[in-house]
Design a binder for this molecule. Structure first.
Ligand code: M6R
Length: 622
């Protein structure tokens, strides 16, 4: 949901800002803009509609914009359509037009987040003589800062903190003030923001990969803090304007992790990185054959004391929750409910200290998941975050954090982070079962051996990807796809269906196979593609019958099952096999062909696989 960057130093800012925005484009790509200061001359603002290359072309890859201090933005529209006038940066001046060109304004800013009370604030500013050129909440917040700055004749930090106490919502804001030519001021609440410094330059961004090429020393600014950034140094302040010290974190992973590395798309690269993501996540949780959750702070005694688990998440992370529900209930015999974070946060779910609320999130910044975490904490439950992005808000606010080690995930459609989350939840399920005495040491060792074999098994599935590539070329013009399965296979279907629809734009739905005939089967007609997931022995025949009911009504069938179930070929038109493993863990294998199917279908349809329309990687608005 929008990406912001900033640079102040001694070399030309615009090419650095464009480079950073290119690495954040996954966060939004309907328009982009830059504002750059050249010494004490006014800011030059350039905006362009559409993907980032339009802005790069307009500025000759940044070379046409002189100046060593600047901010940039890539937008995912929330308030107002994607247009020049609504694109960021926004300016405080009462200008006509879109606020671009050389602007004499006192304050220029970019913003990621949502200001909920912007209408009320806009009315206040209108009464004080401000006028507005855009429909955005950002223009309002920039003008509010300007208003306090002039009314009280205070410095930027005080003007910003006054603004922060008036606005409701979420923001990562980066502002330049006319009177402070080499400085950028930032503020944060509930939207991600990192600050980096090198010897003689400083950087800011919504995400680490945007600045990693220039520095490895970063600060994670906290909620309701302000930063004053100058070349090579940064100071932080709390809401009272008092200076606070923040620790510097050295980033140890490599920029290569955020490059395509010869693959045509990030998604394909990330699909291939799944064995590594799983190995590393497992390696951090299982040492010398023993599960260790030490780093999460969850003790065996705590695990024994849990009487209910609520798993809360959004999108694919919610699908991980759906899969884990079957595994935890079956292995550890603890009741589990799986909730969409956007619903959970507004429900009056009664919680007790013996309830463990698990929030699963790749980004650790998803607005609804964060809100659900806070609700769970307020109501007295114990909270565990299963998060991929180190230092993210959800990771920092949860009582306990389990990091998945998938590395940076760039494609909007998640693959390796999903797989790392699944494995982490499987390990947790085994540990819950073990410490509660439900499974023996020998069984525990057996489950761990099965989990450890998964990376190589995924490698074998990937070796046969050409079959999926061929099949996807056959289905590329299909209008509707149904993914069906029961139990764990239903959870796999949910994720398979999302992978297909989000990047191929083919309408697709996932159904619990037995539920189809309660209404939805009326949509099945000649050649409707029905993909049945058949990995669970006790449910195999039931789901197959449901597939045949669809076939009788004209459906074209694909079956996804484990090696050895060859009889399925008598009933379906196309079969995909995955290796056998313990049935609890089959989601980790069965999802891979479905990811490939979604990927190749999107490629065959000529779509932008990594940046599908209307979506953003990190959903920091509710
Ligand atoms: O960062 P999170 O895991 O909290 O994101 C949750 C969803 O937005 C995310 O899983 C989304 O559904 C994926 N892009 C789907 O591929």
């Amino acid at each position: 949901m929008c990406g912001i960057v900033g640079y102040t130093g001694h070399v030309q800012a615009a090419p650095i800002l464009l480079d950073g925005l290119a690495r954040l484009e996954y966060r939004g790509y309907d328009s982009a803009g830059l504002a750059v200061r050249n010494g004490s001359s006014p800011a030059e603002v350039v905006k362009a509609i559409g993907k980032l290359y339009h802005l790069a072309d307009k500025t000759d890859q940044g070379r046409a914009l002189p100046g060593t201090c600047g901010i940039g933005h890539t937008r995912w529209a929330t308030h107002g359509d994607p247009s020049m006038v609504n694109a960021h940066p926004h300016v405080s001046g009462n200008c006509s037009g879109s606020g671009s060109g050389t602007v004499e304004s006192d304050v220029v800013g970019v913003h990621n987040g949502i200001i909920e009370n912007f209408t009320e604030l806009k009315e206040k500013l209108l009464r004080h003589g401000y006028s507005f050129y855009s429909e955005t909440d950002t223009e309002v917040v920039v003008k509010l800062v300007d208003y306090y700055y002039k009314k009280y004749k205070i410095g930027p930090v005080d003007a910003i903190t006054r603004t922060m106490v008036r606005v409701r919502g979420s923001y990562a804001l980066a502002l330049m003030f006319k009177d402070y030519p080499e400085e950028i001021f930032v503020a944060r609440k509930d939207s991600p923001l990192v600050i980096g410094t090198s010897e003689d330059a400083s950087f800011l961004a919504s995400d680490v990969p945007a600045i990693l090429k220039f520095t490895r020393s970063v600060y994670y600014i906290d909620n309701l803090q302000v930063g004053r950034i100058s070349p090579g140094s940064v100071k932080f302040y709390d809401l009272n304007g008092d200076e606070v010290q923040l620790p510097v974190t050295e980033i140890t992973w490599d920029t290569a992790a955020a490059e395509k590395d010869g693959y045509e798309h990030f998604m394909l690269k990330e699909i291939h990185e799944q064995p590594k993501a799983i190995r590393e996540t497992l390696g951090s949780l299982v040492r010398e054959g023993k599960i260790t959750l030490e780093e999460t702070g969850l003790t065996e005694e705590m695990l024994r004391g849990i009487s209910r688990i609520d798993i809360v998440a959004c999108g694919s992370a919610w699908h991980v929750g759906m899969a884990s529900q079957y595994v935890i209930e079956d292995l550890a015999r603890i009741p589990v409910r799986v909730e969409l974070a956007s619903e959970y946060r507004y429900r009056s779910v009664p919680l007790a200290p013996d309830t463990l609320v698990i929030v699963i999130s790749q980004s650790g910044e998803t607005a609804d998941s964060l809100a659900a975490l806070r609700v769970a904490k307020e109501r007295g439950a114990k909270t565990l975050a299963v998060v991929n992005v180190i230092g993210s808000t959800i990771a920092r606010e949860a009582d306990h954090t389990l990091y998945t080690l998938a590395g940076p995930e760039i494609a909007v459609a998640t693959t390796k982070a999903y797989s790392a989350q699944l494995i982490a939840m499987d390990v947790l399920a085994v540990q819950l079962a073990a410490v509660r005495g439900i499974i023996t040491e020998e069984q525990t060792a057996g489950y761990l051996a099965a989990l450890e074999a998964i990376p190589d098994q995924i490698g074998r599935i990937l070796e046969e990807k050409e079959r999926l590539q061929w099949f996807s070329s056959k289905i590329a013009n299909t209008h509707d796809i149904f993914f069906i399965g029961r139990g764990l296979d239903y959870a796999i279907s949910l994720e398979g269906s999302l992978k297909m629809k989000e990047i191929s734009y083919i309408h697709s739905e996932a159904y619990a196979a037995g539920e189809l005939k309660h209404g939805t089967i009326s949509l099945v007609e000649q050649n409707t593609l029905v993909i049945g997931v058949l990995t669970q022995g006790n449910l195999f025949e039931k789901t197959l019958s449901n597939m045949l009911e669809c076939k009788s009504r004209g459906a074209y069938l694909m079956g996804l099952t484990t090696n050895g179930n060859f009889s399925v070929e008598d009933s379906v038109n196309f079969t995909v096999y995955v290796p056998k493993t313990d049935e609890h863990f089959l989601a980790s294998l069965a999802i891979v062909p479905l990811q490939l199917l979604g990927y190749y279908t999107s490629v065959n349809r000529g779509l932008d696989v990594d940046k599908p329309r209307n979506l953003a990687k990190s959903v920091t608005v509710e």
